[in-house]
Design a protein around this ligand. Structure first.
Ligand code: SAH
Length: 497
């Protein structure tokens, strides 16, 4: 069930609770905390409810429920043990368009009561739409232990200073920055230590001293290979402080979803052959956004300094006097190796690893094939899908054994990851047969053979050679190999997307 979340102001507003048992008591306790004007209808009340009635905090009516009890109320809770009575309340409320909660009956309810973490004035409410209340409760317990009790005091302090902060920082971005420093810095620490007066004094000092203008800056952030779990904590923080995010096409939607909601997102993606924004265009955009005083996150797939042109962007920023920081990311070679079970170095197989690109325009130099063809080293080849045939030919020409194993990893670390294995002799053919598309990374070298035995993520490697009979002891591929020609057609079809 998909629900619309809502925090209701019930202060001094009439709410009816039908039922006087322990469940009703719990509901009424929460309603009283929200200062609702509660009337309870029940033949009998729990001891605490009787106390609240005696103290004048709750009005008690001993009569049976009648539809017209609902006329003056904003909300109604049906908490009796009698399903027929609960249904009667729900039907009557529905007729009057009054929101009703029937305890433990999602179908009769028109509003649900969430699991709540109370750090008043801060409230966190969790709902599973009635589908998995135990999970919601579990989450609540976890969050309870994560969220310090001083959060409420922090929110109260922010409320106290709010007007003055608004007056001092007319600029939204500067205001947000001030709040961030307030919530993360010494003021929060003092509150955690139970020293509210000192916290307030520190906040006031900070308010007087903070710069009122906002100066722009750029954080060059590596987004990793796609799985949001591989983002660094620092990257997450930058994403949550950003005013604007300039991201590549390669950055996954799941990673972008973790960024501050209000941050503007601009795709400046580039893919081989399809230039959306030129590098100069990206530079101009960085400059324009930073000069407008915004905090810019330049978000790149993998690591910004590995075939990411991050260096060029920093040179440009330096030349224009824009302050910057760099947050590294997990580069595709490292991620793909991990998620395919291929150690990039191995005492028995490879003493070094080279990160290279097969995309000719990405490098101004021609590759030193003799060096690349050396044995007992691992090549991690980026941007390779289109250049595999040439790579295969050149490496063999320069002496790399045709039997050298490879693992080609498409969409590494993502749910749709595929790994194709084989030997250098049939590299291009197998890539075509399996319609491998970008982004894909090639790992070539003795270590690649380990994908078959050490792979752990996603489907097993597509390992058998085209048309080959499968060896009975080898790990079986999930899907049968397609003949090269239909594979090629499939490749053309798949890669269009
Ligand atoms: N800066 C990036 C690389 C950008 S070049 C990084 O550090 O990873 C783009 C190439 O990276 C793609 O053509 C592909 O070869 C590789 N790549 C990026 N993400 C990948 C992924 N999830 N799976 C496989 N290869 C990937």
């Amino acid at each position: 069930m998909k629900l619309y979340p809502l925090f209701a102001d019930l202060s001094q507003r009439a709410v009816l609770v039908v039922g006087g048992g322990p469940v009703a008591e719990r509901k009424i306790e929460a309603l009283l905390a929200a200062q609702a004007a509660v009337t309870v209808i029940a033949a009998e009340l729990t001891g605490r409810l009787q106390d609240w009635v005696a103290e004048g905090r709750v009005v008690h009516r001993r009569e049976a429920f009648r539809d017209d009890w609902l006329d003056p109320v904003w909300l109604v809770v049906a908490a009796t043990a009698d399903r027929a009575v609960n249904r009667q309340v729900a039907v009557a409320a529905g007729r009057r368009r009054i929101l009703v909660n029937v305890v433990d009956d999602a179908t009769l309810s028109s509003f649900h009561v969430p699991a709540v973490i109370d750090r008043a004035p801060l409230t966190i409410a969790i709902s599973s739409g009635g589908d998995a209340p135990m999970l919601a409760r579990l989450l609540r317990e976890r969050l309870e232990s994560l969220l310090d009790h001083s959060l409420g005091a922090l929110a109260a302090l922010a409320a106290k200073l709010r007007k003055r902060i608004r007056v001092r920082f007319a600029d939204m971005a500067a205001r947000r920055r001030f709040y961030e420093s307030l919530f993360a810095g010494p003021v929060a620490t003092l509150l955690r230590q139970g020293r509210p007066d000192e916290a307030l004094a520190a906040a006031e000092r900070a308010l007087a001293a903070a710069p009122t203008g906002s100066s722009g800056s750029v954080v060059l952030v590596g987004a990793g290979p796609g799985d949001p779990g591989l983002l660094t904590l620092r990257a997450l923080r930058a994403l949550n402080e950003a005013d604007v995010i300039l991201h590549d096409r390669l950055v996954s939607a799941e990673v972008l979803a973790l960024a501050r909601r209000d941050a503007e997102r601009i795709e400046v993606g580039k893919q081989a052959g399809q230039h959306h924004t030129t590098q100069d265009g990206i530079h101009a955009l960085l400059l324009e956004q930073a000069r407008a005083g915004r905090r810019v996150v330049r978000l790149k797939g993998g690591d910004p300094f590995v075939f990411g042109r991050g260096g060029e962007e920093l040179e440009f920023l330096r030349a224009h006097g824009i302050p910057y920081e760099v947050v590294p990311g997990i580069t595709a070679a490292v991620a793909c190796a991990a998620y395919a079970g291929v150690p990039l170095t191995h005492r028995d197989h490879a003493q070094s690893v080279r990160f290279v690109t097969a995309h000719c325009q990405a490098s101004r130099d021609t590759p030193d094939w003799a060096v690349l063809a050396q044995e007992r080293q691992t090549l991690a080849v980026y941007m390779g899908v289109a250049g595999l045939a040439e790579l295969q030919q050149r490496l063999i020409e320069h002496g790399r054994a045709a039997t050298t194993p490879f693992a080609l990893i498409e969409n590494g670390s993502r749910a749709e990851q595929r790994v194709v294995t084989g030997t250098l002799a049939n590299l291009a053919e197998r890539a075509a047969a399996h319609a491998v598309c970008s982004p894909a990374l090639l790992i070539l070298g003795e270590v690649a053979a380990l994908a078959t035995s050490l792979g752990w993520f996603g489907a097993p490697p597509l390992g058998a050679a085209v048309h080959a009979i499968r060896a009975p002891e080898s790990r079986q591929p999930e899907r049968a190999d397609t003949p090269a020609r239909s594979g090629l057609l499939a490749a053309i079809h798949r890669c269009r997307h």
